[in-house]
Write a protein that binds this ligand. Structure first.
Ligand code: MG
Length: 362
């Protein structure tokens, strides 16, 4: 099975409600969907949601990197030579992690099809379903309570609350949600780089004193401030997770060597795909640091890829793979399914995806 052709397209999927974090607000999920087509007609699906504020990648830059720079080098390569293909993807250009992830996911999908193996089994087959949280956008405390109660009523047992816009108000937000949902629900916070190190320590200590029982806190400080992240981690009891700081394997290696965090959030679009996500998981496992698999606002293509590696690897113990649940429509045929708080990985070869409806070639 050889790579014959690469097609680039996009889908625009409306959200059920606007997605708001300390970094941005969006009303729809824009996703680039790549089809890597083999000479026997098999298609591998990959995706890359342009998330400029996090990855620096735009729709135009992703499409150009795939079309002009990385894609042409892959034509004619044997799908069975996964290692060779990944070396070409990684070495063809610097940065552009989203474009690399899209091709990586599509090639893994084809590799799974070639060997008739679902990807979660290829990655270790540790589980075939996981609990995923649901993200509560940053809003007024009243609105966040409404969203949280709605999520719990739908069967969710873990809520990820977006904070980081105003430390005093953040405490009120979390307190209001905790009072509304009770003690049985896991509450994790994501500050999306919104606090200074000292502000983070003050805020987190207040949350601890108030007994709000926060499972962990994601990225309290700026992405580049590894020393600040370590400062926070050392001064609070609550577990601290690196997200924007934990970009690719190299950054994660640095964070782990510094003991700068308690947990790592792996995302395919930061890592540059599944093969780098696997490296990160292996580093973290070596250092005894549990991981969470996260996602961008994206279609079920990337969610299925992320869920497949998370399910395969024991060290990826948590999942924040709710993007598909936030979408008002699902154009992806096949892939993961959802039941209450569970994300269920399919047993079909590769990603188990057969088509993306409304895919428009660009
Ligand atoms: Mg995050």
């Amino acid at each position: 099975m050889k790579i014959k052709e690469i097609k680039i397209g996009k889908v625009s999927i409306p959200l059920k409600k606007p997605f708001k974090t300390a970094l941005r607000q969006v009303n729809s999920a824009e996703d680039i969907i790549v089809k890597v087509i083999a000479d026997n007609g098999a298609t591998g699906f990959g995706n890359a949601p342009p998330t400029a504020v996090i990855t620096g990648d735009s729709q135009e830059s992703i499409a150009a990197a795939i079309r002009n720079t990385i894609g042409p080098k892959l034509i004619g390569m044997e799908v069975g030579n996964l290692e060779g293909i990944m070396t070409v993807i990684d070495s063809s250009m610097r940065h552009n992690s989203s474009a690399k992830a899209a091709l990586d996911i599509a090639v893994y999908d084809l590799f799974g099809k070639l060997h008739e193996l679902p990807l979660y089994k290829l990655f270790g087959g540790y589980r075939h379903s996981m609990t995923t949280d649901l993200t509560i956008s940053v809003n007024s405390p009243e609105e966040m309570v409404r969203d949280a109660l709605e999520a719990v009523a739908a069967g969710h047992t873990a809520l990820k609350i977006k904070v980081g816009t105003d430390a005093a108000l953040d405490i009120k937000r979390v307190q209001a949600v905790r009072e509304a949902v009770g003690d049985e629900i896991d509450i994790r916070l994501d500050a999306n780089q919104g606090w200074t190190p000292k502000e983070a320590v003050r805020t987190i200590r207040s949350l601890e004193t108030m007994g709000l029982n926060i499972e962990f806190i994601e990225q309290p400080v700026k992405a580049h401030d590894f020393a600040g992240l370590k400062y926070v981690t050392e001064r609070v009891e609550t577990d601290i997770m690196a997200d924007e700081a934990a970009f690719g394997p190299y950054e994660v290696f640095q964070l782990l060597a510094m003991n700068a965090c308690d947990l790592i959030n792996i995302k395919l679009m930061k890592a540059g795909g599944l093969h780098n996500a696997l490296k990160i998981a292996n580093f973290a496992e070596t250092m005894g640091i549990p991981c969470m698999m996260g996602c961008m606002l994206e279609s079920k293509v990337g969610i299925t890829a992320a869920a497949s590696i998370a399910a395969g690897k024991k060290i990826i113990a948590k999942a924040d793979l709710d993007a598909a649940v936030l979408l008002a429509e699902d154009p992806v045929v096949g892939g993961v399914s959802f039941a209450g708080n569970q994300i269920i990985i399919p047993d079909a070869p590769g990603l188990g995806i057969t088509e993306v409806i409304g895919w428009q070639e660009i």
